[in-house]
Design a protein around this ligand. Sequence first.
Ligand code: FAD
Length: 291
Amino acid sequence: MPRFDYQAPTDLKEAIALLSGGATALAGGTDLMVKMKRGLARPHQVVSLQRIEGLKEIVVSANGVARIGALTTMAEIARHPLLSRNSLLALTEGANSVGGALIRNRATVGGNIVNARPCADTVAPLLALGANLIIDGPGGRRTRPIEGFITGPGKTSLLAGEILVAVEIPPPEGSGSCYIKITRRAVMEITIAGCAVSAALERDGRTIRQVRMALTSVASTPLVVEGLEKRFAGRVADDAALQEAAAMARQSAHPIDDHRAPAEYRSEVIEVIARRALRLALERAGGGKRK
Ligand SMILES: Cc1cc2nc3c(=O)[nH]c(=O)nc-3n(C[C@H](O)[C@H](O)[C@H](O)COP(=O)(O)OP(=O)(O)OC[C@H]3O[C@@H](n4cnc5c(N)ncnc54)[C@H](O)[C@@H]3O)c2cc1C
């Protein structure tokens, strides 16, 4: 491991000043430390965000917005009672599927987002849930949708000196959500293909009111299945609709071959899990089963 200067400020402004000077942010270190050990990242100064107050809280405000601090670990998200509602299960399932127990105790949601890998297991859930990112930096605080934040593998629209402070999920309004992923074994595996869905039903319990779907590991970034919401709002959630939505997921995917799976397999399997995920999210929207 190359030598580096280490700072652990307790003040957000101080951290922003250090990052503006060219330092690298450190959260749980499960991505950054691996890169540093392999010589893929050589920061001269590392700034831990762990001691900054307020970056680890999970709160749901009176208007139903769930706010999750960027330094919240996957384990904390997976077991938090405020996030165990049917509407937010996509996120808890995504967090609970990351690595193994040791990794989940270190890995943060902010690190998962900013690391910007196509296989990031909390990003598709947050895309499906229509999450916003709260970002602080030299130019002040800003809020932006998570959609479009990741611009390529390992690339985001974060500006120099900026810190991802929190993720906000809008009120779910009676929806259900889920995240299903395919891996070669149950734990400590990178996702071959994943699908997150957030859906809501009309009062009749059959007609789709709202639906969003996002995919993992089938393109250069996690992606939203475009046009789904428009096409299915007002449609009865029957087998034909589920199949049509699954076919749209397959069409949105642009997978590559790698050592985990060939592109063709990813295309096949994304259609299968998209159908399953949509069915499960709709069941949950109707108050039904959790898995
Ligand atoms: C064995 C193993 C298994 C894994 N399995 C999975 C898996 O199944 N699914 C999955 O999605 N990931 C997996 N990962 C990857 C990793 O655990 C996650 O991406 C993790 O969420 C990264 O968070 P972190 O806090 O460790 O980030 P760090 O490593 O600390 O940081 C990652 C990057 O984000 C930047 N950063 C972090 N936080 C902020 C912030 N708040 N503001 C600005 N920049 C920030 C850092 O500068 C760095 O560039 C695995 C990793 C390992 C080592």
